[in-house]
Design a protein around this ligand. Structure first.
Ligand code: NAG
Ligand code: NAG
Length: 639
């Protein structure tokens, strides 16, 4: 039985793989479902015990995840991982640990996938339940990374561990009525405590004090949790280190970073505070690009790309937004339209009277992940000769000097200067003429003087990461102007088209941008205000006026936006709260737009407010309104 397991598992994979063709970014199938299984094989008898350590829905991987390139229904990735903690010097008693990621785009078969995997690949299944908080997650339809559905204040009270230190970096009000973000460091040793808090200050400043989320700051609380790791840095080559949450990269590519101990990360996040952990975020102590969206936002401390990755991944999770770059998998949410231009989702933001499509075409799209030491890399494409302009966008890593990298189109060298450093970075070129009809070739090389360079394991390899080549019609048919809101085509991994709102304004497309477009911003207001109410509380104080009569001081505590922002420079023009008071159903107009009033009449009072901002044009769910009914009566006064 056991002897043929490997063969049968290979066969099973093939048959699953060929069963169905899926389109990973169908609106209805926009997500992937994953299960993480840890398998230990005991040293002498070879018994394989599997434990389901995590499962959830992954809506928003940004080409970082090892996605299902073959368009297969089912993807089983074997992460050749072993636990350094169990690493022993005698080979015989080494407990082999492996991680498998099972993923599928079809919810219907998710459970079956787990089950058939366990039957084929495991001799026994350890019954370790996931977090208590995960009980609700056993509903397969639940989006675990949907921040606003993480059950608030339920389940066990997790406690911090000895050595943990929590600092509140942004305190905007009570956790219960704010969106809570917890940054947890991984791969920071005890000696690196201050480096951790320094890195967190920098990331939070970039993110929340810098432009991207700054006008939303009053809606957030942000914590940093330091938990010392025994080893510094994060794992590579599929091996984690002895760190708090076991972050690691799959290979050497500056791309996906995975968490091999999601349970520890969830518990730590919940331990920060009962209502603090809406949104767990793991920051690896690593100087280079990488991360992942999903139930945790994962990024690194890279001072060049950490913020870039974090912003984008936070975008996915905080707003309901999909990708805007080409060649991804998930195009859903407020910034993606698949079906109609005439009734496009963001019709109320469109620059023109009548919505139209901007005309471009994607000629080449390649996630090369190519080690340039192996020789030149060519990307071929065909043009029909009908377009007027082009742009080539690539990402690369390890190309630290101007002479380290060369790019040619049809044999003609393009100008390129290094962005400096080894981190993954982006380069782009524009051409004002169209390509002639026929075949063309783009060629990438490392500078020839580096051809015989000795391998240096301590730094990223010289790598071509990704390539896209577009052709565009002239400005009358495709507008580069980033202030325009229209229907700009986006092409997914299998070449299917959706539309996005703007050309290159939004950071969901343009990695160097720090802005969300107006459509995404409106989505962000909606999401945040579905979690936090504009009205924190109504306070009623019993008081006496100068004549010694008893009166009541009523005050409405609003989240400080509009005229109540502490920093009025963050207030957009026209952002204002309108407020009204009612007594026994009758509008008390003299108190309009006051949040603190003194009254002498008892009764059933009501406070109503509406928040106006030019950043929200439609509010079908009434999220920008809040109200509260309360009783004012002398008998309720203490004393
Ligand atoms: C960014 O990190 C690099 C490498 O770790 C370091 O040399 C550089 O000084 C840092 N720059 C800033 C602005 O902190
Ligand atoms: C991407 O965003 C940056 C920063 O906002 C901007 O300078 C750049 O022009 C944008 N790219 C394109 C192609 O518009």
């Amino acid at each position: 039985m056991r002897a043929c397991l490997f063969l049968s598992s290979a066969l099973a994979l093939v048959s699953l793989a060929t069963a169905v063709t899926i389109y990973p970014n169908d609106e209805s199938e926009g997500a992937g479902f994953y299960s993480l299984v840890e398998r230990t094989t005991s040293p002498n008898i070879g018994a394989r015990t599997c434990t389901l350590i995590d499962r959830g829905e992954s809506t928003a991987y940004r080409n970082l995840a090892p996605f299902n390139n073959q368009k297969q229904l089912v993807n089983i990735l074997r992460r050749n991982t072993h636990d350094e903690r169990h690493h022993s010097h005698t080979h015989q008693d080494e407990v082999a640990k492996e991680l498998f990621e099972l993923s599928t785009n079809h919810r219907d078969i998710w459970s079956d996938l787990e089950q058939s995997f366990m039957e084929r690949e495991c001799d026994s299944v350890a019954k370790v339940s996931l977090l208590d908080d995960d009980k609700e997650e056993s509903d397969l339809g639940r989006k675990v990374q949907d921040v606003f559905k993480i059950p608030q204040g339920t389940g066990k009270d997790y406690s911090l561990q000895e050595g943990d230190e929590v600092r509140k970096l942004v305190d905007s009000g009570p956790d219960k009525n704010r969106v809570g973000i917890v940054f947890m460091g991984d791969g920071y040793t005890l000696e690196e405590r201050e480096k951790f808090f320094g890195d967190m200050d920098r990331l939070v400043n970039d993110m929340f004090i810098g432009e991207t989320f700054e006008s939303f700051l009053p809606l957030f609380n942000v914590y940093a949790l330091f938990r010392p790791s025994r080893e510094s840095g994060i794992g590579t080559q599929g091996k984690w280190r002895d760190t708090s949450f076991r972050l690691y990269r799959d290979g050497t590519e500056l791309r996906g970073i995975y968490c091999a101990d999601p349970r520890a990360a969830k518990q730590a996040c919940h331990a920060v505070g009962k209502y603090a952990c809406d949104f767990p975020s793991l920051i690896g102590n690593d100087p280079y690009y990488g991360g992942l969206g999903g139930q945790f936002v994962i990024s690194t401390s890279s001072n060049k790309s950490g913020t870039v990755v974090l912003r984008h991944e936070l975008g996915h999770s905080l707003i309901d937004v999909g990708e805007e770059y080409d060649g991804g998998q998930v195009y859903s949410g407020v910034n993606a339209e698949r079906w109609t231009i005439q009734n496009i989702k963001w019709k109320h933001w469109i620059t023109d009277d009548v919505p139209r499509e901007e005309k471009n075409v994607l000629r080449a799209q390649d996630y090369a992940w190519y080690d340039l030491a192996k020789g030149p890399y060519k990307v071929k494409f065909e043009s029909n000769g009908e377009y007027k302009r082009w742009s080539l966008k690539i990402s690369h890593s390890g190309v630290d000097t101007d002479d380290s990298f060369e790019v040619y189109i049809d044999g003609k060298r393009l100008d390129w200067t290094s962005p400096g450093g080894y981190d993954r970075d982006f380069s782009e070129w524009f051409g004002d003429e169209g390509f002639s009809a026929g075949s063309h070739v783009i060629e990438f090389r490392q500078g020839s003087k580096y051809d015989n360079e000795p391998v240096d394991d301590t730094r990223p390899i010289r790598q071509l990461c990704s390539v896209t080549m577009h052709e565009f019609m002239a400005e009358d048919q495709y507008r580069f102007d980033n202030t325009i809101i229209s229907a700009y085509p986006t092409y997914d991994i299998v070449g299917r088209k959706t539309w996005r709102p703007s050309n290159e304004f939004c950071l969901m497309r343009n990695m160097t941008s720090i802005h969300f477009c107006s459509v995404c911003k409106e989505g962000l207001w909606h999401r945040l205000l579905s979690k936090a109410s504009l009205l924190d509380e109504i306070q009623v104080d019993c008081d006496e006026n100068a004549q010694g009569e008893s009166v009541f001081d009523l005050s409405a505590k609003l989240i400080p936006l509009g005229q109540f922002r502490e920093d009025q420079s963050k207030r957009s023009q026209g952002e204002v709260y309108e407020t009204r008071w009612f007594r026994n159903g009758v509008h008390q107009a003299e108190y309009d737009n006051h949040v603190k009033i003194q009254v002498s009449e008892e009764g059933i009072w009501e406070f109503k407010t509406e928040f106006k901002t030019p950043e929200v044009r439609k509010d079908p769910r009434g999220l920008l309104k809040a109200s509260k009914v309360f009783v004012v009566a002398k008998r309720l006064c203490s004393k």
